[in-house]
Design a protein around this ligand. Structure first.
Ligand SMILES: [Zn+2]
Length: 225
């Protein structure tokens, strides 16, 4: 059984303040205009809508999504961390520490804040005031060697009102300054349901565009039948 965790890309979905829309379409040919086929030019932004941050986003020496082995996008041991943030604000290390033992075995840490409900109920507030992962907490996640990714049910793992912290968090997660090559993929703006720890696998497929630092992403959970 499969469950979609991504939202459809659209021109009107909430985005980080100032960022272009997730996806805009432009007719290239149209049957309605006498052409034989409908074809469309797609305009995408690498960090709007449900998407993935490749290391290159904040680490200039880091990889683009197309350069990573395909199994980087398949997670076998997802862990849901309940970190409710009904009013936004930082996610601190001490809120993750109760999960230390499980984080040692997980390959995807899914931060379930509940903020995603505001994507539909308060779409203007959703990208402005959401939760973010504190840099110290980001560095803490980097200590778990089996982890391959971190996901959050908010527009970003940072927040516009905490910009320096957001930069530091992204730099830590994308492996800036490390010589061991360790990084976490960052999945943003997706549904994180409470039962995803029961998923057999989670797949996060970016577009493999050469040179891109991130990509809209189709994220699917597979459950045992
Ligand atoms: Zn991003």
């Amino acid at each position: 059984m499969f469950r979609l965790l991504s939202f459809p890309l659209s021109a009107s979905a909430p985005v980080w303040p100032g960022n272009p829309p997730a996806a805009q379409t432009e007719a290239n040919s149209a049957i309605a205009n006498g052409d034989n086929a409908n074809t469309t030019i797609l305009h995408l932004f690498s960090h709007s809508g449900t998407h993935l941050d490749a290391p290159k986003h904040f680490n200039d020496a880091g990889a683009s999504a197309y350069q990573l082995p395909i199994d980087r996008y398949i997670f076998h041991s997802p862990l849901v961390l309940e970190v409710p943030k009904p009013e936004g604000g930082p996610i601190h290390q001490y809120e993750l520490e109760p999960y230390a033992q499980q984080l040692g075995a997980a390959d995807l840490a899914m931060l379930r804040t509940g903020w995603i409900e505001k994507r539909t109920s308060e779409p203007k507030r959703y990208p402005q005031e959401g939760p973010y992962l504190d840099p110290e907490a980001a560095r803490y996640l980097m200590t778990f060697s089996k982890l391959k990714g971190v996901a959050i049910d908010a527009v970003s793992i940072g927040a516009p009102y905490a910009y320096p912290e957001s930069v530091a968090t992204h730099q830590a997660l994308t492996g800036v300054g490390r010589d061991d090559g360790h990084f976490l993929l960052i999945l943003e703006d997706l549904r994180i349901d409470a039962d995803l720890g029961n998923a057999r696998r989670i797949y996060a497929w970016p577009l493999l565009i050469e040179g891109s630092d991130g990509s809209p992403c189709t994220i699917v959970a597979e459950f045992p039948d």
